[in-house]
Design a protein around this ligand. Structure first.
Ligand code: NAI
Ligand code: MG
Length: 356
């Protein structure tokens, strides 16, 4: 029996509602397989916790998480707590403490998913974004001088270390090689004359180790345009923290919307747990009403299965999501359906059972 210890940080708003459905699907697989088991430990951290205790997570939170096999996270953020606090004191703290320097976001237009582009072949939208997740524009380096005065100055510095840049680019090359796909680097060397010139240089250096991988390199503004006008150019993509954040939201819109988009924060060396989450936020506008689409959380559960070595089940969950979309009957309101969050989770679990 393989037992996996999962830390669950359901968080705020719709976080707990959607995670529950992800867990439902994981448990369905575990029950039917019989040889694997998930053990969940729930941590009550988030904005509600902050309003009661003055902290987003306990002082020893990182220490308590470090021995889990994976972290499953819903969403954090709620009106009343400034977003930079909820983000920095929980999500970014975990990503940084556990050196989750790879953020993987699949942008794949599965069958049945809505796409705003006309005349596009479904197969042409199949990208794997690998976003730098530990430094860059989100390093938190900067200063705020002469606050409130006429000569006020704010600095936000991008931090691109050789180690940090090389490792994400090398990981992306390895991923592309394994998948037999091309690798595209997205940067902005014309305007960001230090950081992105360096990024481009490292990309060219590492490329020499992977002569079998076909490469392309675009400026971020051109890439944004091409993702719409010619999405099939992009297969595996590597980019910086900020550019990846923005472009993967654009990608989410191409591949079925925010209700479907998942992301994994990976520590490839497995020295620390990796974290799996839907990329949407806590959606306070629809929280507590059973309206939230759980498919993004379920897709992240599929990424979790991939990561712990059960790729067969990871694929099966994706097939089940595809099956649900093709049926088109049990969908939440964001996908023009009338089903509740739990009904979608139930249906996906049913389809999973039928595929096993
Ligand atoms: P959001 O993703 O929470 O919501 C944007 C829009 O999409 C809303 O209209 C919402 O109802 C809808 N939406 C989001 N997820 C949905 C789902 N699963 N099903 C159906 N509709 C869905 O982004 P917003 O409004 O900018 O942020 C709300 C809060 O979430 C903020 O406090 C923000 O800081 C936080 N946030 C947290 C993230 C995280 O924990 N990873 C990521 C993004 C935002
Ligand atoms: Mg984002």
């Amino acid at each position: 029996m393989s037992i996996y210890n999962i830390a669950v940080i359901a968080g705020d708003g719709i976080g707990p509602e959607v995670l529950q459905e992800g867990i439902k699907v994981l448990n369905t697989i575990a029950e039917l397989d019989g040889s694997l088991h998930f053990e969940y430990t729930y941590f009550p951290w988030g904005c509600e916790y902050y309003s009661q205790h003055g902290v987003m997570m306990d002082e020893d939170g990182v220490e308590r998480l470090k021995d889990f096999d994976a972290i499953f996270l819903g969403a954090v953020g709620f009106p009343g707590v400034p977003d930079h606090i909820s983000l920095w004191d929980l999500l970014l703290k975990i990503r940084k403490s556990f050196d989750q320097y790879i953020n993987i976001r699949p942008i794949k237009l599965i069958k049945g998913a809505p796409c705003p582009l006309k005349d596009v072949n479904r197969e042409d939208i199949d990208m794997l974004f690998i976003r730098e997740n530990s430094e860059g524009e989100y390093a938190g380096a900067g200063d705020w001088l002469f606050k409130g005065q006429a000569n006020e100055v704010v600095l936000q510095t991008g931090v691109f270390s050789r180690k940090g840049t090389e490792r994400v680019i090398r990981y992306a090359f390895e991923t592309a090689r394994k998948a037999g796909k091309s690798l595209t680097s997205i940067s902005k060397g014309n305007a960001l004359n230090y950081s992105m010139v360096f990024w481009d240089q490292v990309f060219e250096e590492v490329a020499k180790e992977f002569p079998d991988v076909q490469t392309a390199s675009y400026l971020v503004d051109a890439a944004a345009m091409l993702m719409i006008s010619d999405p099939k150019r992009f297969e595996v993509v590597v980019t910086s923290n900020l550019f990846g954040d923005i472009l993967t939201d654009l990608g989410a819109a191409l591949a079925g919307g925010i209700g479907l988009a998942a992301g994994a924060n990976i520590n490839p060396e497995r020295n620390f747990p990796s974290m799996f989450e839907p990329i949407h936020g806590s959606a306070p506008d629809i929280a507590g009403k059973g309206l939230a689409n759980p498919l993004a959380a379920i897709w992240s559960a599929s990424q979790l299965l991939d990561f712990i070595g059960h790729e067969k089940y990871g694929q099966l969950v994706l097939d089940a999501i595809e099956g649900l979309l093709l049926e088109g009957e049990v969908l939440t309101p964001d996908m023009k359906g009338a089903a509740s969050t739990a009904e979608v989770g139930d249906r996906v679990s049913k389809i999973v059972s039928s595929l096993m």
